[in-house]
Design a binder for this molecule. Structure first.
Ligand code: PLP
Length: 460
């Protein structure tokens, strides 16, 4: 078996996610064989800095000896047994730990294996909560509010609360109804004024609809601080806090989807901590195992959990579960991941390196097609525009953004685009030197593509 065989079999048998397979099959795929710290190494031995943290999940680097050790230790005991009717050691210890590190009275953990499933669980729990406490009074509480451009995953429930037209419109006939609220995308809403004015406008609109429809609304789901998949839309400061207050005022459950922003990504363990917000339900996934195993969790407060208690014949039970719910290998890794985050003081380190990164990123503004640089911690989006005044973006056919991603890869950096936005999601343990390489490689890639497309002169 050589790299040509692998390429041929990949194109023959594997259907890649979010990928136009026609284009993919015409291209030279990157086939990863190994990982080492912040680097991924392909089948030809070429090294790449993982500037995407392998889809926003990696925390301590690849092939991390302590995480490897935790996995081996657990697999030597048992790989999996079910949580249906029995318990297991790592899932108990992890649930206790999650209750300790999440804010407020969040303390009841329901496990699953992807962020989308964590969201499905949150939505079903929120709906059933109202039915459990008073099915007559709350018979109409069956709708959810989410923001424009929201992304909460790809299963049908998660897509129902999604607001990304490109991904979601085809599935519309399959979805339940969502109530959409404006997202404070300050860069594209200058008609309202500065980010503070944009925030106030969005909050006013949100309050209007909550006031009118609160009787029908079971919950509001939000990506705290940053809408990741929409292109790193960073919310103005204070937005989440006021959303939380509105939910309280109108008796609506607040669901914080921390799948992308949780586990240190924005510079605190959970993003909602930065605005002193305690949701009723929190979804987590991605970084929970340090990027090793598929695990997700939905953590609820005591009051919600209590509403599900009753005699069996009352049918207040949460009839939901997955085969691998609470898998031992994944839970053991998550425990070790959190332990390492604490013992290595990773959160403080991210805060310090985020400031450094922020200074370095400013250099990208020297390049005329860089319209906006958005950053919260280790989540970075660089919006590429044709014209800084009009903010018009390039078409897909112009291949500018994809060209930048391709050039960066040729130069040893893995990053990805989200529409017109170049996104960088470095591994949380990356050194300043590695972060320098990431920013410099992006700079060079934007410059090279700009020259190649005749957007700036070669001498620039
Ligand atoms: N929620 C948010 C905010 C996400 O960014 C994602 C994935 O990117 C999900 C949910 C879905 O997670 P998964 O891809 O693990 O199903």
């Amino acid at each position: 078996m050589n790299s040509q065989d692998l390429e041929q079999w990949d194109k023959e048998y594997v259907w890649h996610p979010f990928t136009q397979m026609k284009t993919y099959r015409e291209s030279r795929p990157l086939i990863i064989e190994r990982g080492e710290g912040s680097y991924l190494i392909d089948v030809d031995g070429k090294r790449y800095l993982d500037g995407y943290a392998s889809l926003w999940v990696n925390v301590h680097g690849h092939n991390e000896p302590e995480l490897n050790g935790a996995l081996i230790e657990q697999v030597n005991k048992v790989a999996h047994s079910t949580l249906l009717g029995s318990a297991n050691v790592p899932s108990i210890l992890l649930a206790k730990k999650l209750a300790e590190i999440t804010p407020g009275s969040l303390s009841k953990v329901f496990y699953s294996d992807t962020g989308s499933a964590a969201v499905e669980i949150a939505l079903k729990v929120a709906y059933q909560y109202w039915q459990n406490i008073d099915p007559v009074k709350h018979r109409n509480k069956n709708k959810f509010v989410s923001l424009d451009e929201a992304y909460h995953g790809d299963t049908v429930g998660a897509v129902s609360v999604g607001g990304m037209d490109l991904f979601h419109r085809i599935f519309k006939p399959l979805l339940f109804q969502r109530i959409s609220a404006p997202s404070p995308y300050a860069y594209h809403m200058t008609e309202y004024g500065d980010p503070e004015a944009v925030k106030n406008h969005c909050l006013k609109e949100l309050e209007k609809l909550l006031k009118k429809q609160s009787e029908e609304i079971a919950g509001l789901i939000i990506e705290p601080l940053v809408q990741g998949a929409a292109g790193i839309i960073t919310h103005p400061h204070g937005f989440l806090k006021e959303v939380g207050q509105l939910c309280k005022k109108y008796n609506i459950l607040l669901i914080c989807d921390e799948v992308a922003v949780g586990f240190g990504r924005t510079g605190t363990m959970f993003a909602c901590e930065q605005e002193d917000v305690v949701p009723d339900i929190m979804c987590m996934g991605k970084g929970i195992t340090g990027g090793y195993m598929p695990l997700a969790a939905t953590i609820m407060n005591e009051q919600i959990f209590q509403s599900f208690l009753g005699e069996r014949e009352e049918h207040k039970t949460f009839y939901h579960g997955h085969t691998y719910t609470g898998n031992q290998l994944a839970c053991a890794l998550a425990l070790k991941n959190i332990e390492l985050m604490e013992s290595r003081n990773l959160i403080k380190d991210i805060q310090k390196k985020s400031k450094y990164l922020s200074q370095r990123l400013q250099s990208l503004y020297e390049l005329p097609i860089v319209g906006d640089i958005r950053q919260r911690g280790f989540m970075i989006g660089v919006e590429i525009v044709k014209d800084r005044q009009t903010k018009e973006t390039f078409t897909l056919q112009e291949n500018v953004v994809s060209g930048i991603i391709h050039t960066a890869r040729e130069n040893g950096l893995i990053i990805r685009e989200l529409g017109p936005v170049i996104t960088m999601m470095p591994i949380l343990s990356m050194s300043e030197k590695e972060l320098d390489f990431m920013v410099e490689t992006v700079y060079r890639a934007i410059q090279e593509v700009s020259i190649h497309k005749g957007l700036i002169p070669a001498a620039n």
